[in-house]
Design a protein around this ligand. Structure first.
Ligand code: C5P
Length: 405
């Protein structure tokens, strides 16, 4: 435990309905070992009481720049210096505008100007406000100054509309905070992942394959590497750059993928099967290109090995995480696979229709384990991967308490 041990997070809360999620965020940050202090804007106090955030953070909540008692104890400049990270969550359109303009008309915006710590914002607003050119320009300005912009996610909004503007879930924000503040937290952890599709040759020029882009597996590999883990990524044919710090092994077929994975098993703490491995391969591969001589042609198929199930059946087995890409009833099918393949965790996602995760930059997941479930809402795959990695490591730590960092 304690991925954030010794780290100090100054949480800025601005006015918006998502302010209630600050309570859970504080709990998660403190649970990960961080010291948390809270600064609220006056508008934030309309949505959640300072008393709630004070009780959860265990520290006096600051609201005003002109508070003699607080300024005597820890002035705003010391507060700005104290933080390793200033995280504004939720960040309203107004707050982003004031930060971009360098306005310091309340305690939070004053600290944002005065701090040399890393600064991150988690925008939360109506989708039209998020899409407005003024907000777009403000975010571009902040990003150009090194401010990290985490989210927003797309989905249902408090106003009853749908679109981009939902604040990232507290678990997703925790993942981002750990990746930012503790880049080496998982040194010594050896992670092997599979990603992408496989290609099953029919003849020298043709193959059976699927629509997997490999993006989710690559994003997961990047998220583990960000934390300092030693990462081996066994990838089918994809059009993606290898993430920094990741050792990549390229393969084509399921049989090659299985061989490459098993070659890594001597040293593997955690295995994530993210590849869309073809279930079947042609029984025979024609030596020459097949000619269209007949009106019909049958291709006999044989089953491929289940790489993930075979890894999970090893003794000792690494901590095993699978994916269940389904076109219907994702939870039911995923729970079946969790049990049948004897996995520690499984992430279910829909791969058809509006929410479908294949060939897209965004995805949503339902993470399941024995006796537990966590929904990770639609967000870009980089952020989703960080949140999933945080979930995986939480369960991994519970199973291997001796290996905590
Ligand atoms: O059974 P299904 O293909 O839906 O299971 C999906 C999970 O199993 C994914 O994690 C996938 O990477 C893994 N898998 C595998 N080898 C196979 C088939 C699936 O590793 N042959």
């Amino acid at each position: 435990m304690g991925a954030l041990a010794g780290k100090k997070v100054l949480l800025g809360v601005s006015g918006g309905i998502a302010a209630y999620k600050a309570a859970q965020l504080i709990r998660l940050l403190r649970g990960a070992g961080a010291g948390v202090r809270v600064v609220m804007t006056p508008a934030a106090a309309e949505f959640i009481t300072p008393m709630t955030l004070q009780a959860l953070s265990g520290e006096a909540v600051r609201q005003s720049l002109f508070d003699p008692a607080h300024e005597a104890a820890m002035g705003h400049i010391e507060l700005a210096r104290w933080a390793d990270l200033l995280l504004v969550a939720p960040a309203s359109a107004d707050l982003l505008a004031r930060m971009a303009a360098g306005i310091a008309d309340d305690l939070l915006t004053t600290i944002a100007l005065a701090t040399s710590a890393a600064v991150a914002v988690a925008p939360a607003m109506n989708h039209l406000m998020w899409r407005h050119p003024a907000t777009r320009a403000n975010c571009a300005t902040l990003a150009s100054r090194g401010v990290r912009i985490w989210g927003p996610a797309e989905g249902d909004q408090a106003c009853g509309e749908t679109g981009p503007g939902r604040m990232l879930e507290p678990e997703q924000l925790l993942g981002q905070v750990v990746a930012t503040l503790k880049p080496g937290a998982r040194r010594g952890l050896r992670v092997v992942l599979t990603a992408g599709p496989t290609r099953e040759a029919i003849d020298p020029v043709r193959f059976l394959s699927n629509r997997s882009s490999g993006k989710m597996g690559f994003a997961l590999a990047a998220a583990f590497a960000e934390l300092g883990a030693e990462v081996v990524l066994v990838s089918g044919p994809v059009m993606l750059e290898t993430p920094p710090g990741v050792q990549r092994v390229d393969v084509e077929s399921a049989l090659q993928m299985e061989r490459a994975v098993m070659a890594q098993m001597a040293r593997c703490d955690l295995f994530v099967g993210c590849a869309a491995v073809a279930d079947y391969r042609p029984a025979d591969v024609a030596a020459q290109k097949i000619k269209k001589l007949t009106a019909e042609r049958e291709i006999a198929l044989v089953r491929n090995p289940d790489i993930l199930a075979n890894v999970a059946a090893r003794s000792p087995a690494p901590f095993c995480v699978g994916f269940a890409a389904e076109t219907e009833r994702p939870v039911e099918y995923a729970l079946g696979k969790l049990e049948a393949k004897r996995l520690d965790m499984i992430a279910a996602n829909l791969v058809a229709g509006e929410q479908g995760g294949f060939e897209r930059d965004e995805n949503a997941l339902i993470v399941l384990w024995e006796g537990g479930r966590k929904d990770l809402p639609m967000s870009d795959k980089t952020q989703l991967a960080r949140a999933l990695v945080a979930e995986i490591l939480q369960r991994y730590d519970q199973k291997h308490p001796a290996q905590d960092t």
